[in-house]
Structure formats: C-alpha cells, structure tokens
Design a protein around this ligand. Sequence first.
Ligand code: NAD
Length: 481
Amino acid sequence: MNHNFGSYAGGTWSSASTPASSIEVINPTTERVIAHVAIAAPSAVDQAVAAARDALPGWSNTPVSERAAALRRIGDAVAKRQQRLTEVITQEVGTPHKLSSIIQVGLPMSNFGRAADTAEQHEFSEEVGNSLVLQEPRGIVACITPWNFPLHQLVAKVAYALAAGCTVVAKPSELTPLSAIELTEAIDEAGLPPGVFNLVLGGPAVGEHLVGHPGIDLVSFTGSPRAGRSISELASRNLTPVALELGGKSPNVILADADLEKAIPDALNKCFMNSGQTCTALTRLIVPEDRLDEVEELAAEGTAKWRLGDPFDKATRLGPVISKEQQASVRGYITRAIDQGARLIAGGPDQPGHLPRGFFVQPTIFSDVKPDFEIAQEEVFGPVLSILSYRDEDEAIRIANGTRYGLSAGVWSADPARADKVSRLIRAGQVDINGAPFNPLAPFGGSGMSGYGREFGRHGLQEFLAPKAIQKTLTEEKNHA
Ligand code: NAD
C-alpha cells in the first residue's frame, strides 16, 4: 500500500514534495513496512490553514441543520468503509480484529450522528439582561491526535468542531496515518465544501509548524503530557488557546464489600484492553489488605485467558504494542518495578516464547506495589497492572488520589451509596461504578497531568465555541418588542 499523499487541502490531495520526506508505516505484529506516506512540507501546512480560513465564513454561517446533515453523510461514508477501516486499524495499531471493529471503528462511526444531534439540540444564543449572548465557532481548529485509538481520537475532535461551525486542519499520529487517510476519503465522499476539513501528515515537526501557525484559532490536542507541554508553550507565542487530553495512571478502587468474581475480570479488561494502550486504562488496582490473596489468585487466573497473538486470529485477546520503542519502554518499566521490589505474579519483561516476531509484551501483574514506586506513578502505556493494598477507606482514597494524573477511575462496591460517596472523593474526570460502560455523550477529560479539555456531548461541543455578547439599548429592545 503506497500513498503519495502529503496533505488534503481545499478538497484536493497534493502529492509529496520529495520522496525522502516519507513515513514508513510499520505493522507491529509482523514488523514489516506496510505503507509509505509522504510528510507534509511547511508550505503544505500553510496551504491547509489558508484553505480552512477561506472556508470558515461559509461553513460557520451554514445552518446547523445542514451541518448536521453533512456530519450524518460522513458517518454513512465511514460505515460503508467499516470493514476496510477495521482491517487497516488492526494492521497499523495491532488491536484484535473484533475490538477494532466495535471500538476502533464502530464507536467513532456513530459519533458523527451524536455530534449532529448534539449540535441540533444546542442553544446557540440566549438573552442575559439586555445582552444577546451568541455562541460562535472559535474558527480554525488544529486537531492533533495519537495512535492508540486513531480514528476515535480524530473523530472526537473533527465531528464536534465541524458541528460547532469551525473548520479543521487535522494531523494524526505519524504511526497510524492510514486510518486518517480512509477517514479523509469518507469526508471527501460526503461532499463537504472544499477547505472545511483538511489533513496534513507527518510527525512532531509538522505538528509544531501547525501549532505555531498564526492562522490557527484553537489547538485541540490528545497525546502525551510531554508533547502537551511543548504544544502549550509554542501556542502561547500567538496566545492560541489549547485544549489538552493527556495521559493517566488511573485507579480502580475495590471496596471491602465488592464482588471480586465480577470486579477482577473487569479490572483486567480495563487495564489490558488494546495492550494497555488506552489513556483511561485502570492500571492501579487498589484492594483491601485482607482480600489481597483472593485478588491475586483471581488476577493470575484471569490473566492466563489473555491470549497474546496475531490480532487477525479470533482467539487473540492481546495484540502487540505499537512499536519497537514502545515495547522497549514497557519492558523497561517492568524490569525497574522488579528491581524496586514489586512482586511479579504474572507475565514479565521477556518476549513471549511462541511469538519471536512482533512488538509483543506479556500481560503483566505486580503485587506489593507501594504508592511511591515508579510503576504506581508513571503512565506505562502497556499491559501492566499494579496491585496496591490499603487498610481503610481513607487510605484507599489517598492512594487513588496520590498521582499527578486525574483522568479516570473505577469504584467497586455492593452498596450504591458507598460507591457514590467514594466516587465523589476521587480526583478524576470520569468514574465508572461496578464496571459501568463508557457513555459517548458524557464529558470526557481530566485534570492535572491528564490535561483540562473536555470531549463529547454538549460539553465537548462547547470547547469549539466562544461566547459573544451583543448589548441592546432599552429603546432598541422596546422597538424590537
Ligand atoms: P505523543 O504526544 O507522542 O503524540 C501525539 C500527537 O502529537 C502525534 O500526532 C504527534 O505527531 C504529535 N506531536 C508530538 N510532539 C509534538 C510537538 N512537540 N508539537 C506538535 N505535535 C506533536 O503521544 P502518543 O505516543 O501518540 O500517544 C500516547 C499518549 O496519548 C499517552 O500519554 C496517552 O495517555 C495519551 N492519550 C490521551 C487520551 C485522552 O483522551 N486523554 C487519549 C489517547 C491517548
């Protein structure tokens, strides 16, 4: 698969400037190069921003119902490509095929319709005293996204930005550009006015040029705290606002009365899914000291069911991690946790014997993890679960809140009032009680090192809008009446 695409601007693809400036897309299961994609030159980024600028007056003044109809057409065009997109993402990310189909593609596909509904239900104006307060689109949004849920992250931004009346320049991760190309083709097919959506491909250098561009009105970023910090600094030179969705080290608090037979399999799922490469992964399992043995036994037993292998194989529950660097990084965390005194109860740092090729990491569990261990503080972004024990509920909450992150959390209890009380005390943007499912209309985001943006539903739409007050004199109001 070869794409000589450097960028999609003003409704057309432009080809690469020089063959040297291309990205090798590597399949993490086979370690083979599956595509070459051209890196957008700075002039191509400038062109994409200019196209978004030209398209802004028309799109921002398009009635909401027409914008919503366009989003639904994109959703339909993505749905037509569901099978193809599932294959592409299974190849470029390594997510098991079934999960790719449901979560990597099915969820974002339906989010176009949700963004359309949200915009149609939104009050874009209200009267406050003698003011008419309008909510206007912020303008041109740079959407920069990571590789772990490449389509989902991109759609979370693009669908809501377009619904709000903004125009977009998107830059997906250089590790997973293929799903973004497919999405762009779906958007193209849906027939949006040229320049409303633009795509530039490449790595951090392309991202930096985009973020530092004076024509950008808002940067919406999802990725690592490291890049988030650097993007914030760069954007501040033009005083460009930034919305950040960053990493996590999220707690899963098992209260003394929890049903462990349900809680532990769910805890493994919430940690290991997508090979642990999920920003909301619940990677710290916080359990009552007197139930630690039971938890360890259930966790070790459950982990044996997480079969590692080829993501196209139906029996596989865990694919590889994204890259050789990521594999080395995760193994480094595992080795250092052992050195620091954590007790390994499943997995370990070695390449699994039956998989000599591919960036695989064994699902790994540590017990006897102390709150100040590196493995309990740093985001690993691999299939590694840390078990920490507590004596009383206050200590459980202290441990849960004892990192610099604040993205998500789980709470398990047989008593709804107790679960509710503890959920309110945990610093996190979202808390799931007893394994409750993801709600694609609830606000999603964090605090601290997890960033401060919000995505999805009406709170997500709001990110792309800015209020404007028009004051009317009392006479005008009277005449109007
Ligand atoms: P990353 O920060 O390395 O890269 C993310 C994107 O930013 C990529 O497109 C990359 O090319 C670009 N980029 C990197 N440095 C840049 C710079 N200096 N200027 C401009 N652009 C730059 O992150 P990643 O490795 O792709 O993704 C993993 C991280 O993303 C994890 O920390 C994970 O927790 C986080 N994440 C957060 C959420 C969330 O919603 N909170 C969701 C998914 C992933």
